[in-house]
Design a protein around this ligand. Structure first.
Ligand code: ZN
Length: 590
């Protein structure tokens, strides 16, 4: 099979931006929403199950069409973000969607007010919609009266949301200076951070020092913004909404029980020494006594192997096929439907994504393929997402998307399958070593680093609510780094400002542990696969094909996984231990 690197086709959605089909889709949507609004008087607690389901199905139909139109415009915009027609279309569609959202909102508001007995009666008859209906009601105990909710919304716009905007305005204006090849350059943060992966140790150190020089200059103001954000979170989530703790509010959004999150973070802390062992090994490979924090992402004798697009496609499909032929067939569907945009073009959106547009359609995948080993992994990752969606296509528009903590399962698992395949087929030791080092390094960044951010957040929320100053928070952050790195990494003083540079902890408190959860889950699943072989596959496929039609705990417990059990999470770390042991066996070259 030989695939070309090219632009995707969107004709499975609409023939074009000026097509009569797209124009009439907008009109159809308006008609459907008007008809839906007319059903409002039917919404009362005594409604018959048939009538209720017919309202739900109407909303389903509206949402399917919304997704289809929105996806078409969003994908078209991604093809060329500089295209003014695409920009205008995007603005139009966003305005239109906001209006539709407001006009259909009454259903959710009403549904949360239905008494438990009637809600259970209706859920029992709702088939595949059950979890979606239940999940909306999880927030009832934490919902205030309508006037109170309105006041919070109104005051948030000029309150905490405005503060978060100020944070992002301040930090997005930053310009970083770095001397590259004898010439001083002005860089964005993204550009600056590419230099921490360079082979010159001096450049890596300079890049970090510059990053924190700039953040430290504003640390007291950024720290104040954080303190207020944290106090606001507590006042609202704990004080007004009755969540047990600041992190519990996020756990409910993820629908993961508090105790499971605590167990996850505990196991991570216990495994900090495992990554310390990795960093000590890395120091040997870099020929230094002790690794500096600057060197965490340093390349270890990087291989310059390149993979042409068609052979990368073959490798990924072949790796999937070796795992389970059905996975390979589904991934092929993306290529064959012409839903893959892999070219590098000016104006095209950077990075990579998979965009599912509805349960009845093959998802679209965007890559900027340049032939590095990383690009092949990214291909496996995004196709993994696509497979996940296609496996859950039996569900409805509200339940085929998996919950956040499970959203990265198939993608990360796909990468693992590819890595295994590459290690099996690669004879060049340098390339093998590069693959292993990259894998463990990436696992550090998504598992342990994010877990320690979450641990810091938990502590910072506590400290701030007891009146801690910005300097005290920085001290706590340094202690957090010391716990994480032990004597394996030398952390210089400016890293005490790292926390003020992490947008997630400002903008979405406690979001970061979802990364830890997802990656560690995949590693643990992978270990089960290695142990059980083919027996594992039906269980795994079932997890994926459940989509978002059940609570994460339930999806996993039905597959025999107990996320309350530390041993399950430890299984993930054991996979990494195996990889580190493989690396330790290779004689160090200097
Ligand atoms: Zn992903």
């Amino acid at each position: 099979m030989s695939y070309q690197q090219k632009r995707w086709s969107l004709t499975d959605l609409y023939p074009g931006t000026k097509s009569p089909e797209l124009a009439s889709a907008f009109e159809d949507l308006s008609t459907l929403v008007t008809a839906f609004e007319a059903r409002r008087p039917e919404c009362n607690s005594e409604i018959r199950a048939e009538a209720f389901m017919s309202i739900v199905k109407d909303l389903d139909g509206i949402t399917v069409l919304v997704e289809k139109i929105y996806s078409f415009c969003g994908l078209y915009f991604s093809e060329d973000t500089q295209n003014q027609e695409a920009q205008n279309l995007m603005a139009k569609v966003e305005q239109f969607m906001a209006e539709i959202g407001n006009r259909t909102l009454f259903f959710e508001l009403w549904w949360k007010q239905v008494d438990n007995e009637n809600a259970e009666r209706l859920i029992a008859q709702s088939g595949d919609y059950a979890y979606w209906l239940q999940a909306m009601r999880l927030f009832i105990p934490h919902t205030l009266t309508e006037p109170e909710e309105k006041i919070i919304n109104l005051k948030n716009v000029t309150g905490v949301s405005a503060l978060q905007m100020v944070y992002s305005s301040i930090t997005n204006r930053y310009v970083f200076k770095l001397t590259v090849d004898g010439e001083e350059k002005e860089l964005t943060r993204g550009e600056l951070m590419t230099h921490v992966r360079e082979s010159d140790p001096e450049v890596r150190a300079k890049a970090y020092q510059e990053l924190y020089r700039v953040y430290a200059a504003d640390a007291s103001i950024l720290g104040q913004i954080y303190q207020s954000t944290v106090r606001d979170w507590k006042n609202e989530q704990v004080g007004l909404r009755n969540h047990k703790s600041p992190i519990a509010a996020r756990n409910l959004i993820n629908d993961i029980p508090d105790q499971a999150v605590d167990t996850l973070l505990d196991v991570c802390q216990k495994n900090a020494p495992l990554f310390q062992r990795f960093f000590k090994l890395k120091a040997k490979w870099l020929g230094v006594e002790c690794l500096r924090r600057y060197d965490i992402y340093a390349p270890v004798v990087e291989s310059d192997k390149r993979y042409p697009f068609d052979s990368a496609g073959d490798m990924v499909l072949d790796a999937f096929k070796q795992f389970e032929p059905r996975f390979s067939k589904l991934a092929k569907r993306v290529f064959e439907s012409d839903h893959l945009d892999s070219e590098v073009r000016k104006g095209k959106r950077g990075g990579a994504f998979c965009w599912p547009t509805g349960p009845d359609m093959t998802p679209w995948v965007l890559l900027n393929y340049q032939g590095k080993a990383d690009d092949v992994s990214t291909m496996a990752h995004e196709l993994g997402h696509a497979i996940h969606s296609m496996l859950s296509e039996e569900h409805n528009i509200f339940t085929y998307h998996s919950n956040l903590p499970l959203a990265e399962t198939a993608s990360t698992f796909g990468e693992m399958v590819l890595v295994d395949y590459l290690l099996q087929h690669e004879e060049d030791e340098t390339v093998r070593r590069d693959i292993l080092f990259t894998q463990v390094g990436d696992a550090y960044a998504t598992i342990l680093r994010q877990a320690y951010f979450a641990l810091f957040e938990r502590e910072a929320h506590d400290l701030i609510n007891k009146g801690a100053s910005v300097d005290e928070l920085s001290q706590a952050y340094m202690q957090n780094l010391k716990d994480q790195f032990g004597d394996a990494v030398d952390v210089s003083d400016e890293f005490k400002w790292e926390w003020v540079s992490i947008p997630h902890i400002f903008e979405v408190p406690f979001y970061v542990y979802a990364y830890t959860f997802g990656q560690l889950l995949v590693l643990s699943l992978y270990r089960q696969y290695k142990e059980e072989g083919q027996d594992f596959i039906p269980r795994y496929t079932k997890i994926l094909s459940t989509g978002g039609s059940k609570a994460p705990v339930k999806v996993l417990s039905e597959a025999g996984i107990d996320i309350y059990d530390p041993a399950f999470w430890q299984g993930g770390f054991d996979v990494l231990k195996g990889l580190i042991e493989q690396l330790e066996e290779i004689p160090v070259e200097k």
